[in-house]
Design a protein around this ligand. Structure first.
Ligand SMILES: Nc1ncnc2c1ncn2[C@@H]1O[C@H](COP(=O)(O)OP(=O)(O)OP(=O)(O)O)[C@@H](O)[C@H]1O
Length: 337
């Protein structure tokens, strides 16, 4: 499912002109710097970006744990800052590094506690707990004290504790961290099931780009507190797989070669190195790369190398980091502001 499947659906999360600034000793850091977002129910959205991009701050602000400096967040129509209790009734979270369970209680006691706290009266509690224990393979651990479990096991308990709350929205910060490959794959399939079978909206941040590519409907790339790309994961990857080439030429790009390229292609970036120039050019159809190189040679460019930018989210991020000193609005990603 993608955000555009049903144009009549009201967004379950709506973020308007959101700014979150932290005061540090001598400076103000705008961790979120003017973000507008709408997320439709039942979608799985991945927040991606380099360290310090603002992912955790955005998640915590959606949850109401951090107050906006400006703008607002509405969850299921409720302003999170104005009515935090009402907003919290619809959501659960597993935050990285935060203890989202009680380590002195057993697994089962934790699940009972969270279920009663946040989902009292909603459906059959015993059935919900049994399903969460099954889903996260916790049967043999259900009477163990959480403190005695491994990091990966604790992570599974946190996820189970979030799920027994039967949330409409689930926020996860780095959910696959600490899980082995099998655990990570199980978690991914549980999240997809949740969205598909229960219509749960899932927003997760992760550096695990394979997980994001496998399960997310939509990827939002943050950098320096801004949304720099927002599209289906497929489209984000496609832009790089089929269309963008990096060409390195000797010397500078002559005005006539530049004019020739710009007649048919988009120059995504042009970086002058000491005695070379690196260009990223968006080519609408992969076959036309030969026309492009031919035209450049005809206009006096000596081409040193040509390479396709890999078709993976990793390439998207690498390319964004490469360009961090460049204006990001020059990226060709659809949906970027
Ligand atoms: N409590 C805080 N006080 C001051 N500055 C903060 C605080 N929390 C985050 N920051 C700063 O805000 C910016 C965004 O941080 P944030 O943790 O939201 O990014 P992130 O994308 O989640 O990074 P990472 O991938 O490393 O977790 C960074 O410059 C960070 O140093």
């Amino acid at each position: 499912m993608t955000e555009n499947d049903d144009p009549t659906t009201d967004p379950i999360i709506s973020v308007e002109k959101l700014v979150v600034a932290y005061e540090r000793s001598e400076e103000t850091v705008r961790a979120v710097d003017g973000i507008d977002l709408q997320i439709d129910p039942g979608t799985i959205v991945g927040l991606i970006g380099p360290n310090g991009a603002g992912k955790t701050t955005l998640l915590k602000t959606l949850l109401g744990l951090v107050s906006p400096t400006g703008g607002r967040v509405r969850v299921d129509g409720t302003d999170v800052a104005e009515h935090p209790h009402r907003a919290h009734a619809t959501m659960a979270a597993v935050l990285e590094g935060a203890r989202s369970t009680y380590w002195r209680l057993t697994v089962r006691e934790n699940l009972e506690f969270f279920s009663r706290m946040n989902a009292a009266g909603r459906g059959d509690e015993r059935e919900r707990i049994r399903a969460a224990i099954d889903r996260f393979n916790l049967t043999d651990l259900s009477d163990e004290v959480v403190n005695d479990l491994s990091r990966g096991q604790k992570q599974r308990v946190s996820l189970a504790a979030a799920l027994v709350q039967d949330p409409e929205i689930l926020f996860l910060d780095e959910p696959t961290l600490g899980l082995d490959t099998e655990g990570s794959l199980e978690l991914q399939s549980s999240l997809v099931d949740l969205a598909e079978q229960h219509g749960t909206t899932i927003v997760l941040s992760s550096h695990d780009l394979h997980a994001i590519e496998s399960i997310c409907d939509r990827g939002i790339v943050l950098d320096d507190g801004h949304v720099v790309a927002d599209d289906t994961v497929e489209n984000l990857v496609d832009v790089f797989r089929t269309e963008v080439y990096e060409l390195v030429i000797e010397g500078a790009l002559s005005p006539s070669a530049r004019g020739e390229i710009e007649r048919a292609y988009e120059i995504v970036s042009c970086t002058e190195l000491r005695d070379r120039t690196a260009l990223e050019v968006a080519v609408p159809d992969g076959n036309r790369i030969h026309d492009l190189t031919g035209a450049m040679v005809a206009h006096g460019s000596q081409i040193e190398s040509v390479r396709t930018l890999e078709g993976s989210l990793e390439a998207v991020l690498d390319s964004l980091s490469f360009e961090r000193s460049e204006p990001l609005e020059r990226r060709p990603l659809r949906g970027a502001p």
